[in-house]
Design a binder for this molecule. Sequence first.
Ligand code: IPM
Ligand code: MG
Length: 362
Amino acid sequence: MKIAVLPGDGIGPEIVAQAVRVLRALELKVELEEALVGGAAYEAHGHPLPEATLKLAQAADAVLFGAVGAWKYDQLERALRPEQAILGLRKHLGLFANLRPAVCYEQLTHASSLKPELVAGLDILIIRELTGDIYFGQPRGRRQAPDGAFAGADEAFDTMRYSRPEIERIARVAFEAARKRRGKVTSVDKANVLETFQLWKDVVTEVHRGYSDVVLDHMYVDNAAMQLVRAPKSFDVIVTGNLFGDILSDEAAMLTGSIGMLPSAALDARQKGLYEPIHGSAPDIAGKDIANPLATILSMAMMLRFTLDQPESADRVEAAVRHVLQQGLRTADIWSEGMRKVGTRAMGDAVVAAITKTTTKS
Ligand code: IPM
Ligand code: MG
């Protein structure tokens, strides 16, 4: 098995380094190859997703990704901005199914901005469609408004679109996932206003006919945003489009205490995947050894489970993370009174130690 390791920018290199140490501690037969991506690749090669990096990602069985982006690149033309690297990887690798679990660890119930009783035991799975929608729809651009009250003025436009097969395949991923969980799918749309999401709702309803053991309900995205903070535990699997999924997954992340805890997987039709924390590159804290590496370590665990077919190793990593939280170790983002504040590297050390312990036991 070959894994492409793409640390990226900001805190990316620090957190990925810890995930790689944990992976090595498992002593599996995997080959790792690192490459530049995002701003780091732009600096070195003039492009955020150089040909060599894309080739490596295409040839690998899985990609472990850190984060990309920094304010200093905001003035670059869009095609050269770091974000294009992750968007390009998703599109080129056909990674249409984004799994973003939001799990509230028992030890972190009090780190959430919501009342503990609302989030205790929270375990929801957001499935975000990742290669369509307004993110990739054409045409898009800027022009002089051709007509209307503001004719002649500068205007910008993007195209929201979904085709039936794109909706069908993501709906199937959601129903299959729900079967292995609590058997409920909430499809989030804006069918009351948008044609794109009327088709979405119709197609999800059709696909559901093949999954009568799963309960399906539909919710408008504004209501879903509200229900996520009102009664988050009423959800099991949420399936939605690219844009709504981007927004709702950040919201769901905060329910769990910190966005620094949440992993994600982006899968293609054959379970090949790119694994990344859902947080960004956090340039303000880069290089300070304070970022939380757990989301990346947990993303690596998802890689073991979904692509490398090593469920026991995945369990071990997740158990090790629970163990260090149980020990009271906390990075700054999840720290609270009475807990031991540790840096990025020390948190990695603790997870490696917890892994090694279970190795000797078994
Ligand atoms: C995410 C991020 C990306 C997105 C950005 C970095 C392009 O916010 O993975 O959620 O919008 O998809
Ligand atoms: Mg996002």
